[in-house]
Design a protein around this ligand. Structure first.
Ligand code: IVH
Length: 709
């Protein structure tokens, strides 16, 4: 058997079969590591097989397979890592782009906490490292797991690789029994240059910037490669801790430093906005000589009690913000303006640019937002770019907003060709020919084709299977696009996903016999689809892709209606956009008339409604459990705050009530369970009395929720 033999003893034909075997075994090992959270072979065995593969390849270079396991090391390997659910979510940060945004942030914090403008509040300020975040879990002082951020809820297990990073301690003395340290993995400029020089010399992958190099190096299947990459780590936050590190952000970071972590030496504790902005300037001036990439300054409320009162919005903390450095600018040529039709039918113009490097990344497309933006106006009709329009053939200034999405900042009229013509926005959908409509007050223009427009239908499907929606393993945007165009086994609407297996069984040529599919991948696909028949209500609502209904609003709707039956009945009853169901919908705090209209319209457009009905028939929609409400006396109750609250701000009161499972409404009706009235409460308190709704003071409310918060 070639498997047992020394590589140097193999004949050519034995080497062929051994390379085939190794490719298969290693592929299976990767899949097990990734999907089942349970590797089938040990790390050492995995490494041994990889080495054997490389050895045979070096002895028989011409036999190297197109799908050689050696080539899979450097590629995007996220699929190959086991998933790790974070015990506490890893969040991102809101952005501030100028001094005024920072001022707004500190005022918002004060306002939320009910502090006066003159009350002092301390913030920490530190560089925002441009790398990738990592969470390190220590149990009884031993590093047991390292995970990337992933989508914030679930990351990738990169423990083996993280252990190779020189300034990450493997053991801690005097740390809490459970300690999750969070921070940034990065690569210095010098190490990045050296790595790229080395990669060029051996014909390997050359990285666009240090961040990509750090990410690519941390996410290597082979931790020996990671070990050779000079990665570094700065600790700046923490996740689960069995006991607090300290009372303030600043002291917690000092404690992490004392435990052996590298922390950023430019971290300061400051007590007013002026000083924060001065420190920002100072860091900006040092940026070029730091030796590693930073892209801004992060401010955090120092007092941890205040941090926890401030809490979080859906993906960002209220107690921190990233003050970004201004974006880098480049000049290039606008080659064409193309229109993309999105899932809601919105027509998005995109600039096709002559490729240009901005901040280390090649940019060849930029968003143009809408017709007004191209014409040089904002949504209110006020001039942008001093009213200069954009035309095909123009020279434009490009920047990367928040250093990510490329945008056009301005146009150089002195270089405009004499024969250029203003851009004319299409009046018919470029994908299906339907009329383009634009309503008063809406900056976007929409294709009126609905689901008959193939672009909308396919984009809706892509949204449907996306990570925050149905997230079906093996059925991503690419596969959906393929099935959408498939004649024998098409997926034209979401319900078709769930009838795929049944339709395949009735077919002559089975999916598993087609190119690119196999027995195993098809079995896995059908199983992954079946697994998602059980779907939480909030995910389903979000997945429907209704205009204006994002993840947060979908969650709000799900919390309010709790079951699909209630939600569906309410949408039906709200048809006339009047009456109690409509009022109830409008009254869901934070929802607004635009979204309510979009929802009701969607459920009363025949094609959409029928497609939804066909889909729901295939599903088992799970009611939503109210969050953290065990023992909460207000779970499921509809509450209204009115008058002046003295112990907390309105925003804080609302957030806490919602966290306890209450629904906060803006107006009193017969459905209201409880009105919390502070001094100066007027008509709402009166209405509550008239309707016989329970009316309590702020103190009563605090007492009521005290046991559960
Ligand atoms: S604090 C809850 N501090 O920026 C907030 N983040 O845009 C936790 N980052 O995902 C993050 N330097 O990867 C924090 N000094 C710093 C940071 C920093 C870089 C990254 C981090 C985060 C992203 C958010």
């Amino acid at each position: 058997m070639p498997a047992d033999r020394n590589a140097s003893e193999l004949t050519e034909s034995e080497a062929v079969s051994e390379l085939a075997r190794l490719a298969k075994v290693l592929e299976q090992a990767n899949a097990a590591y990734h999907t089942e959270d349970a590797p089938k072979i040990s790390d050492a065995e995995y490494d041994r097989l990889k080495l054997r593969n490389a050895e045979i390849e070096s002895l028989f270079p011409t036999l190297k397979r197109a799908d050689s396991p050696s080539d899979q090391v450097g590629g995007p390997v996220s699929e190959a890592f086991a998933k790790v659910k974070h015990s506490q979510r890893m969040l991102s940060l809101g952005n501030a782009f100028n001094d005024e945004d920072v001022e707004d942030f500190t005022n918002r914090v004060r306002k939320y906490l009910g502090l006066r403008e003159t009350d002092q509040i301390a913030f920490t300020a530190e560089p925002k490292i441009d790398g990738l975040s990592l969470s390190l879990r220590y149990e009884r002082g031993v590093l047991v797991q390292a995970a990337t951020r992933g989508d914030g809820e679930t990351g990738e297990n990169v423990t083996r690789n993280a252990r190779t990073i020189a300034n990450i301690p493997q053991r801690l003395t005097g740390a809490p029994a459970v300690l999750e340290v969070r921070g940034e993995v990065y690569m210095s400029h010098a190490d990045f240059e050296a790595l790229n020089a080395n990669q060029t010399a051996k014909g390997g992958k050359v990285f666009a910037n240090p961040r990509n190099a750090a990410a690519g190096s941390l996410r290597q299947l082979d931790s020996e490669i990671t070990r050779q990459r000079p990665l570094m780590f700065f600790a700046y936050a923490w996740g689960e801790v069995s006991e607090p590190l300290a009372e303030t952000q600043f002291d917690s970071i000092k404690r992490l430093e004392a435990l052996g972590f590298s922390t950023n030496p430019l971290t300061r504790r400051l007590t007013n906005t002026q000083d924060m902005l001065i420190h920002y300037k100072s860091i900006e001036e040092q940026r070029a000589t730091l030796g590693y990439d930073i892209d801004g300054v992060v401010y955090k409320v120092d007092d941890l009690t205040l941090q926890s009162r401030l809490g979080f919005r859906s993906t960002t903390p209220r107690w921190a913000i990233a003050h970004k450095f201004p974006a880098e600018i480049a000049h290039t040529f606008l080659e064409a303006i193309e229109i993309q039709v999105g899932r809601t039918g919105a027509l998005s113009p995109v600039a096709r640019l002559h490729p240009v490097t901005v901040g280390g990344v090649v940019v060849s497309n930029a968003t143009l937002h809408n017709a007004d933006y191209i014409a040089g106006r904002d949504s209110k009709g006020d001039p942008i770019r001093e009213g200069r329009d954009l035309r095909v053939g123009d020279w434009v200034e490009v920047y990367r907003a928040g250093d990510v999405i490329p945008k056009i900042r301005d146009v150089d009229l002195s270089k405009r060709p004499a024969d250029s013509v203003p851009y004319v926005f299409p009046t018919h959908c470029p994908e299906c020919g339907s009329d383009v409509v634009r309503e008063d007050g809406d900056s976007a223009a929409y294709c009126s084709g609905g689901l008959i427009c193939p672009a909308q239908a396919v984009e809706k499907l892509k949204h449907f299977v996306s990570r925050s929606a149905f997230d079906i393993d093996g059925l991503g945007a690419k596969q959906v696009e393929m099935f959408f165009r498939d004649d024998s086994l098409p997926i034209k609407e979401p319900a078709d996903i769930f009838t795929l297996q049944q339709r395949d069984e009735a077919q002559f040529t089975k999916l598993k016999n087609r190119d690119g599919f196999g027995d195993k991948s098809v079995t896995n696909l059908f199983a992954a689809i079946d697994e998602k028949r059980k779907i939480p209500l909030n995910r389903l609502i979000f997945a429907l892709g209704i205009r204006h209904v994002g993840e947060t609003s979908a969650a709000m709707l799900a919390r309010h209606y709790t079951s699909w039956e209630n939600f569906f009945a309410a949408m039906k009853d709200a048809r006339e956009k009047s009456g109690s169901a409509w009022e109830e919908l409008l009254n869901i705090d934070g929802l607004g008339a635009v979204m309510a209209t979009a929802l009701v319209d969607a459920f009363h457009t025949e094609t959409t409604r029928d497609a939804i009905a066909r889909l729901v028939q295939e599903l088992d929609v799970q009611d939503v459990a109210a969050p953290d409400t065990t023992g909460s006396p207000v779970a499921g109750k509809i509450v209204v705050f009115t008058g002046t609250l003295e112990k907390m701000t309105r925003a804080e009161a609302k957030a806490r009530a919602e966290a306890l499972g209450a629904k906060v409404s803006g107006s009193v009706s017969a459905k209201t369970d409880l009105v919390i009235a502070g001094p100066g409460a007027g008509s709402k308190a009166k209405k509550a009395q008239d309707l016989g709704v329970e009316l309590i003071s702020e103190d009563d409310w605090l007492e009521l929720i005290a046991t559960s918060s």
